[in-house]
Design a protein around this ligand. Sequence first.
Ligand code: COA
Length: 318
Amino acid sequence: MLSGDRLGMRSRLWNGIRLGARAMVFDRLDFRFDTAHTPHGRRELARLIEDVFEIDVTPLDRLGHDPSVVSFGWWDGETLVANVSLYERRLRLLGRDLAAFGMQSVATRPEWRRRGLFGDLMRRALDYADARAELVILGTATPEVYAPFGFRPIREFSCSGPIVPTVEPAEARLLSLSDDADAALLRDLFALRAPVSDVCAASDHPALFMLKALEDEDVRLLHLPRLDAVVAVEASEPGGSGRLVLLDVVAPQIPPLARIAAAVDARIRFVEVQLTPDKLGWTPAEVVAEDTGYLVRGVWPLDGMPDSVPAMLTSMVI
Ligand SMILES: CC(C)(COP(=O)(O)OP(=O)(O)OC[C@H]1O[C@@H](n2cnc3c(N)ncnc32)[C@H](O)[C@@H]1OP(=O)(O)O)[C@@H](O)C(=O)NCCC(=O)NCCS
């Protein structure tokens, strides 16, 4: 058995080796800022995301990348080995537009992990964000990775209850993002979209919305021409079952939920709304707290709001 002294010596020695290995890695690699808009930088970032998350972001080469993305990366020659990106989020919170950054594409290649690359990139990205915005927000399944950097979960709620659709013909048309005309229609609506809520909503660039629609088999995009709207709904509850799960509404004016339901399918009698519902002209029967994985760092105006004000940001991001 090792005595306390010897244990302490061993752990100091181990820490010394670890710090030495970390210092060496930074000597060997190059830091590069804002490469995500060059053709090679874009390809390398896509390859890193595919390798680490198994998500194909190359459809955005056709559908349109978010020009606000700013990337922070460590490179081994021409290979991107670790990355953290920021992008502008347009948030409407308690009636006010808030300048915020989203954080995405946080990844280190497995063979380069545990050498401090992510920690270094986080410090650089957060310095950049803190100088320009009040808030950084991200979605993750591993909040423990971000807690040491001051990120904390927010409270979100989904709403559900009965609905009586208005009396007007159904008109929903399924959109396909592989069709250039449908993609253009969606982009045009995004350019004009109103925040879906005045209490808590995001009106970001369409890139992540489109990726989510492509990657998640359970998402359908429906065009409702009379309402000049595209809605994102869950495919498992398409309306004919009498139920609708509403994920997002992209429209210059947010239509009442009863009209959305009528346009999708007159048989709908029950809706689940995964959005803040204040503009939908509908009162939910039930409000349930949800762990959506959103974390924030900085001012979150909804902190301390009572549960009677249910808030949820769109899940139509990847
Ligand atoms: C999470 C990830 C980016 C960390 O990259 P990394 O370069 O190995 O991280 P670092 O070496 O800079 O570690 C910094 C700190 O983060 C923490 N950390 C790293 N990986 C972690 C993990 N998987 N879980 C919890 N904490 C972790 C450690 O506490 C470490 O502190 P230490 O200095 O005391 O060791 C990397 O493991 C990865 O790409 N994972 C898969 C994708 C992912 O989970 N992305 C983030 C969530 S969306």
